[in-house]
Each structure stands twice: as C-alpha cells, then as structure tokens.
Design a protein around this ligand. Structure first.
Ligand code: NAD
Length: 468
C-alpha cells in the first residue's frame, strides 16, 4: 500500500498520521494520504512566502513559460495521472472521464499562460499620467473538491502562479492522491516553494482559511462550506473567490426537437455522474413534449455502460463516496414515496462499490427534495410546465445561481429566455460547457467572483495605481 507525502518547499515530507483513500468502484484502499499537522501547514505557508519573494518579481514571460511547462508535464504524465484519478475518484478513463479531465487541465494551463494583464493607461496628458498596474497578492490557499480534483486544482493554481503568487493547495480528503502526484510532477518544472500541497481532513481547510500568512483563498466546494470559508477568512481580511454549489435548471421551449436535444440533455445532466457543479439538475419541459422527451432520455440512458472506471468500455462509473451515494438514494426514495415515477434506474445493483444507474424521474415538481436540493449524482428530475413564464420563475426560485440552459430550435427565442435566468452562465442547446477564456462563476448562493479568462486572472491580483 503506497504512502503518499506532502510536498513542501519542493521536498516530499512524510507524516506520522494517514487516512485511507478508497476506490469507490471496489471499496478497496488505493493508498494512504498523509495528514498534515499545524506545523506542516506553517512550514508550507513559510515555504510559499519565501518563494513569493523571488517569484513575484520574475519577468512575466518567464512565468508564462513556466505555466506552459506545467501544461507539458500534465500531457506527458496524463496516462499515469488518469489511472490514479480513476482509482480514487471512480470516474471512467474514457467518455467524459479521467482522460477528458487531464485534457481539460492541460488546456486550461496552456490557455492561462497566454493571457496578459498589461498596464492600463487611465489618463495621459502634458501634466502627467495615471497608470493601473496589477500586482500579485502573496500566498494563495487553494481548497478543492472531489468531483474534478485535477482540473479544478489547475483552475486554481495556474492563474495564481501565472500572476506571480505562490500556492498552498489542499485537496479533498476523498481524492487527494492524484493531486499529490500531480504536484510532485509539477515541482519538477517550478522553483521550490511556488507550489506546495498539504492534505488531511476538513479541519485543515479551516486552518488554511484562518492562517495569517495566506493572503487569498480560492475555494471550490459546497455553498455550506463556502459560507464557513468566508467567515473564517474575515478575521485576516483575505480575498476570496468562491465557486459553490448549483441547482441548475434547464428549460425546454415548445419548439424544441426532442430527438435532437436528447443527447445534449443527457450529458448536461449526467456528466461525471451528475457530480458536476454546473450540471443540469432540474429539467422543465412543456406538457406537449413531456412524454417524448422522457422517452428519448430513457432510450439514451439505456445505451450508456456503467462499470469500474478502469474497464475501457465503461462510460459512467460509481458515485464517488458513500455519503453522496446515500444522499442520492435518499432523494430518489423520497420522490418515489411521494408518487414520482422512476422511468429508468432507481435501484442499487448487487455487488460492491457505490454504483447507482442513470435515473430519470417524472411526476415530480418544485417542493420535492429531489428538485429543491442539489442531488449531485446520476438522477434527473423532469418537471412539466404549461406556461413558459411560470417555468422561468420556478427555475429562478432557488438560492443557487450557477448555470442554466434554454433548449429551442430558435436561438433568438432561447436567448430571450436565457436572459431572464438568474445565473452566472447560461447555455443554449447545451449545458455546462465551460471555456478557458470565458469567465465562470455563480450568482446568489453559488459563489463570489469568477474564474477563467482575463477577469478570472485579475482575481489573483491587487490594483496599484501609479500617478506621475
Ligand atoms: P465540500 O464543501 O464538502 O468540500 C470542499 C473542500 O472544502 C474539501 O477540500 C474539504 O475538505 C474542504 N472543507 C471542508 N470543510 C471546510 C471548512 N470548514 N473550511 C475550509 N475548507 C473546508 O464540497 P465537496 O463535497 O467536496 O464538493 C461538492 C460541492 O462542490 C457541490 O456542492 C458542488 O456543486 C460544488 N462544486 C462547485 C464548483 C463550482 O465551480 N462552482 C465546482 C465543483 C464542485
């Protein structure tokens, strides 16, 4: 059984305590994750602070080249990382699984290397000039979830490093091993201390948010934890970027063609087994199309193979952990008990692992837990509507505001609906397709700030205005 190490100041550091990381497909232990003490965290923050002195003044072109080298390292080691990711996260190697995640991580690093934040001239005349400069913040604490551990880590660390900050990264206790391995590899092309990783349980996240030596927190996780992060960060007035939970609604317009949109709807909802922040989690369909859309979704679901992610033929894997598995079962059983129809899936297969089949649920409505709460799993509730305005207001009647979608043969009509949805991203005829150049973030309880693109990069900087 492999024991993994923390990475502090470019060195592997062993700990006396560990926690077991399980493969959700087999419930067998994959490896042992180190548990960092307070002293380890202090050492990681010190290493990052020391590295910041030099890294923050390295010429921009050198930092761009370093982030490109990070992308190269991810590409060169993608098979090793994908396999480890599948073992601990459960997602399949194929489909929209581990290899796809590694491709995303590489693409994001490569694109982030190209974005510039040039000095802006705000004013210039014979009396002088006013210039806006962007400066790095210092040590960034990055806290990541278990659904896309590697891609989300890159979403945090590439822009931080690109802009001259240094990083202390803490992955989820459910999926820390692939992140540790990726950080070890990235340290081969980064100066010591620029990127450190500490691992442990949730309390380590709280200690990071409270730590006086850290200037900013970038956090991706649930809205409940995001609120705690913001509170804990307040004492030291840290900058925060919070990418939180979603309960995204999709609205099918009456002119949509069910057979044309079924595949997009299915993957909008079931990407990563539904364990995706901006997945389609509630689908509103007009009465006239309801049965046809349900049938098309059920037919598509029947073709998608679920199994151990290491099997090259699997397209969906298990749910990542027992806690999430139990929540999904509970929400479906609650809906069933209240008279919902389970059109496909909805039963736990025999055998080990946290497998749950792709499940489509009809005869549900707002007020059901499955509709009102974020299921974060392979279940899609299909909700009828008779008035489009009513569907829009039900879609907006949620604390969350991460993503949304409108599905129609008429793009302009779909855009009109999209503009009325209260969310940070809205897609027409697809759901959840993020791009490295397009800012991504939530409104309402789905977060604060954005990632990606120039606006995402700016969040890792402070403004200094130079008047001359
Ligand atoms: P979580 O909030 O339970 O955990 C996220 C991370 O926070 C983990 O590393 C955890 O150890 C750490 N943590 C736990 N308690 C903490 C505390 N008090 N202070 C600081 N850190 C703490 O979330 P999860 O279950 O890992 O991920 C699922 C959630 O994340 C879902 O709600 C999903 O929608 C959301 N998510 C959002 C995005 C986005 O971009 N908006 C992306 C992926 C996931």
């Amino acid at each position: 059984m492999a024991d993994y190490k923390l990475v502090i100041g470019g060195e592997g550091v062993t700990t006396s305590d560990h926690l077991d990381v399980k493969n959700p497909a087999t419930e067998q232990v994959v490896g042992r994750c180190p548990i960092a003490t307070d002293e380890h965290l202090d050492a990681a923050v010190d290493a990052a602070a020391t590295a910041f002195l030099a890294w923050s003044v390295v010429p921009d072109e050198e930092r761009k080249a370093a982030v490109c080298r990070m992308a190269d390292v991810i590409r060169e080691n993608s098979e090793e990382l994908a396999e480890l990711l599948t073992r601990e996260q459960g997602k399949p190697l194929n489909g929209l699984g581990s290899r796809f995640e590694l491709q995303g991580a590489e693409a994001w690093a490569r694109h982030t290397a190209t974005i510039d934040l040039p000095v802006e001239i705000l004013h210039q005349d014979e009396s002088g000039s006013v210039e806006l400069h962007r400066k790095p913040l210092g040590v960034v604490g990055s806290i990541t979830p278990w659904n896309f551990p590697l891609m989300i880590a890159i979403w945090h660390i590439a822009p931080a490093i690109r802009t001259g900050n240094t990083v202390v990264l803490k992955p989820s206790p459910y999926t820390p091993l692939s992140t540790i391995r990726m950080v070890e590899l990235l340290n081969e092309v980064l100066p010591a201390g620029v990127l450190n990783v500490v691992t442990g349980r949730d309390d380590l996240g709280q200690k990071i948010t409270e730590h006086a030596g850290i200037q900013k927190i970038v956090f991706t996780g649930s809205s409940a934890t995001g609120k705690k992060v913001m509170q804990a960060a307040a004492d030291t007035l840290k900058r925060v970027t919070l990418e939180l939970g979603g309960n995204d609604a999709g609205i099918v317009l009456p002119d949509a063609n069910p057979s044309e949109i079924a595949e997009g709807l299915f993957w909008g909802a079931f990407i990563n087994n539904g364990q995706t922040c901006a997945a389609l989690k509630r689908l509103y369909v007009p009465d006239a199309l309801h049965d046809e859309i349900c049938a098309a979704l059920v037919e598509y679901a029947s073709k998608v193979q679920m199994g151990d992610g290491l099997d090259e033929t699997s397209i969906l894997g298990p749910i990542q952990n027992k806690m999430q598995f139990d929540k999904v079962v509970e929400l479906v059983e609650d809906a069933r008990a209240r008279g919902a129809r389970i059109l496909c899936g909805g039963t736990v297969p025999e055998g080990s692992g946290y497998f749950y089949p792709a499940t489509i649920v009809a005869d549900v409505s707002d007020g059901f837990r499955l509709v009102d709460e974020e299921q974060f799993g392979p279940v899609l509730p299909v909700i009828r509507y008779s008035s489009l305005d009513d569907a829009i207001s039900r879609a907006n009647a949620s604390e969350s505001g991460l993503g949304g979608s409108a599905w129609s043969s008429d793009i302009d009509r779909a855009k009109q609906v999209a503009s009325q949805l209260e969310c940070g991203s809205v897609w027409i005829n697809n759901h959840g397709m993020v791009k490295p150049f397009a800012p991504f973030g939530g409104v309402k309880a789905s977060g604060i700030g954005v990632e990606f693109g120039r606006q995402g990069l700016e969040e890792y900087t402070s403004i200094q205005v130079v008047h001359s």
